[in-house]
Design a protein around this ligand. Structure first.
Ligand code: SAH
Length: 395
């Protein structure tokens, strides 16, 4: 096995169990190693640090699989790690009965570059690192064994694969894909397009926040911006909203959203209105028309994929939040999110506070919001915390 030696002083983050070894921390790699191969990691004094997946094309040159000298990286390793991920979720009372669930959350679950989401009998797998790519077969076998799923479908079409020198890849890895995939989230049926939907098909990370939105919706006029397939909208209807206006720029997402509404005949479809539009323009139009709302959800796409984009993204976040605050009735609530890794919780709160000042409203935070427990954040990997939100009430 090839050996990767860290430069002097560069073992600190590995000792803190951070899984990433950046190119600048590597002194040398001895022996033959192709992308995804396992390398043994040593510090500059020759002490063993663990085993990692080598990725010569990436700035993240290696990702630690294990810090344990006794643990070899083989089929059994993936079987054990995957079974442990599934068992942690099965043991959690909020997660045990969910049929839409993140099973593997990458670095924070000890499996860097590996994401797996379960939607009923289908598991969608996304591999974003050379190491995951190398062990695809073992990962699929581990998932099938741990879940008994009927199908594993690959959606490795995320842009970040390019940073690892990997081509996009999608398709069936195990079993057969059912004609349609539906989950029940907080009592509401949702169709999941695992083949062409965003990410793995559905934004599972907002499950708890959609539930809270439903609970806050009774009797309220709700505006759901960036609605995708209508997750927040349907929870608002289920919670007794008097009306729900949902906006997204994607026609296919809105078509799925409307199908989702028909899947739930218990909901009053006459209270739902759908707009295919750019949210920035739609919010200005709503203001010009003199419309107002009691509860507004702003769940935009990632404006800042990394810290380098933070400044421009901050402006975009501020703009939609100003527009959102201005459309609220007295006592209204703004539920506002950022899923940008480049915008931390503190900065996001500052942006929202600035937006309230510019909108001329007094607001207070009722709830701090984050992803659910199936998207854990490894204490050693704080950058895994990407989704943050605030529920702010005005006046
Ligand atoms: N809230 C959703 C997830 C939102 S993902 C849920 O709970 O499932 C972000 C959505 O924003 C995507 O559906 C995308 O189509 C949409 N979008 C991106 N830019 C937009 C824009 N400028 N105007 C309107 N929608 C936009």
């Amino acid at each position: 096995m090839a050996e990767l030696t860290l430069a002097p002083g560069k073992e600190r983050s590995v000792m803190r169990r951070h899984p990433w070894i950046f190119a600048g921390s590597v002194a040398k790699v001895a022996g033959r190693s192709r992308p995804g191969d396992t390398v043994e990691v040593y510090n500059d004094r020759g002490q063993f640090m663990g085993r990692a997946a080598y990725s010569p094309d990436s700035q993240i040159r290696a990702r630690m699989w294990s810090f344990d000298a006794e643990e070899s990286i083989d089929h059994g390793f993936f079987k054990r790690r995957i079974a442990a991920c599934v068992a942690r979720r099965t043991a959690h009372p909020h997660l045990a009965r969910q049929d839409g669930l993140r099973l593997i959350h990458g670095e924070s679950d000890g499996l860097p570059g590996i994401i797996a989401d379960r939607f009923g009998a289908v598991v969608v797998l996304q591999l974003t690192s050379a190491g995951g790519e190398k062990w695809r077969d073992a990962i699929v076998a581990g998932l099938v064994q741990a879940t008994g799923c009927l199908c594993v479908y690959e959606r490795s079409d995320s842009d970040v694969r390019r940073l690892e020198g990997l081509e996009p890849r999608s398709g069936i890895l195990h079993g057969e894909l059912p004609a349609s995939v539906t989950i029940t989230e907080n009592g509401v049926k949702m169709e999941v397009d695992v083949v062409a939907g965003h990410k793995t098909g559905f934004y599972l990370d907002q499950r708890d926040n959609r539930l809270l939105t439903g609970q806050l919706s009774a009797g309220r006029a709700v505006l759901n911006c960036f609605c995708y397939t209508g997750g927040f909208s349907l929870q608002a209807l289920a919670g007794g909203a008097s009306s729900v206006l949902s906006i997204d720029s994607s026609g296919p997402a809105l078509a799925t959203a409307q199908r989702n509404l028909t899947l739930n005949p218990q909901l009053d479809a006459s209270r739902a209105e759908w707009w295919e539009a750019d949210v920035f323009e739609a919010l200005r139009k709503l203001r010009a028309e003199g419309r107002s709302f009691d509860l507004i959800v702003l769940d935009p796409p990632k404006f800042a994929p990394s810290a380098a984009h933070a400044q421009r993204a901050a402006r975009a976040y501020k703009d939609i939040n100003i527009l959102g605050f201005r459309l609220l009735n007295p006592g209204g609530i703004l539920m506002t999110y950022s899923c940008s890794g480049g915008i931390g919780q503190e900065l996001f709160q500052q942006i929202v506070a600035g937006a309230a000042v510019d909108a001329g409203v007094d607001a207070r935070i009722l709830h701090r919001l984050a992803a659910g427990a199936d998207h854990p954040i490894g204490l050693a990997v704080p950058e895994g915390e990407y989704l943050k939100g605030l529920a702010c009430q005005i006046g």
